[in-house]
Design a protein. Structure first.
Length: 254
């Protein structure tokens, strides 16, 4: 499993420096949180890493590759999956169908086998469905597999999006505010689910999240950003003691 190295990452929008030579590392199997006030640059990191934004400078090494020059599909093929701040599900599709969409990347039957519905394609399809049911089971969604996404509770949809990301069998998972909008009582449960999946699958996870209780209870490492720069990193205990963090973020939020 490769580690993630973000090195001197820069992103500018006209005169705004969204990311200002940002560097941090995520070890194999580590759950690393990126926190900071609104506009600190957290989503911009994800957008640069996944090829949605073109960084103005720096490198993002994952294993032996620099992800920055790659188009989004090649970043996904390199083993990086993400979820979005706002749900990106198809409301008319069922939970299972939405989750299956995350797996087609790994479907190796090939275009002709698929078009002609050859046995190879049918085998690949069966294996994908098996994998989807395993993921749904793991996320407590099995009973809802055939329900359309539209109308399901927000927490269920958040878990569906997580399930879809896992279908790509990622080695690195980027979670953008997975707990945003969740009822207070469901936040801790989602945190435990995320930490459990990371540990079970040996996944590296980068978590952007404003729920400090969740961040501090499940992260092994916390990187604090402000104005596109890293102002501190360490264990949850270390960052909560850092005066600059207290001034820039935790103090402001308290
Ligand atoms: N597409 C864009 N065009 C112009 N400016 C942008 C764009 N995306 C982000 N920015 C700016 O870049 C900076 C970082 O924004 P970003 O969304 O990465 O912050 P964030 O830490 O994710 O904030 P939040 O916690 O509110 O989601 C902000 O000043 C923002 O206004």
């Amino acid at each position: 499993m490769p580690k993630l190295i973000v090195e001197d990452l820069e992103l500018r929008f006209g005169g705004v420096r969204a990311l200002d030579r940002l560097s941090f590392e995520v070890e194999e199997g580590q759950l690393c949180a990126l926190v900071g006030p609104n506009g600190a640059g957290k989503s911009s990191v994800f957008n640069c890493v996944t090829g949605l934004y073109r960084a103005s400078g720096g490198r993002v090494l994952f294993g032996d590759r620099d992800l920055l020059p790659l188009p989004a599909h090649a970043v996904a093929a390199a083993g990086v999956a993400r979820t979005f701040q706002n749900l990106a599900l198809f409301p008319r599709l069922t939970v299972l169908e939405n989750v299956l969409l995350g797996g087609h990347l790994n479907e190796r039957a090939g275009a002709w086998a698929c078009a002609l519905h050859l046995p190879r394609h049918r085998r690949a399809e069966r294996s994908l469905r098996r994998q989807a049911h395993e993921v749904l089971d793991r996320l407590g969604l099995a009973a809802l597999a055939d329900r359309p996404a539209a109308g399901l509770p927000y927490g269920t949809l958040k878990r569906t999006e997580l399930a879809r990301a896992l279908m790509a069998r990622p080695r690195l998972l980027l979670l953008d505010e997975p707990a945003a909008g969740l009822p207070h009582g469901e936040v801790a449960e989602l945190g435990e689910l995320i930490a459990g999946i990371g540990a079970d699958l040996g996944l590296s996870i980068v978590l952007v999240e404003h729920h400090m209780g969740m961040v501090m209870s499940i992260s092994q490492k916390v990187v604090v950003l402000n104005l596109g720069r890293r102002i501190c990193e360490g264990t949850p205990e270390e960052v909560t003691r850092d005066p600059e963090v207290i001034a820039a973020y935790l103090g402001a939020a308290a």
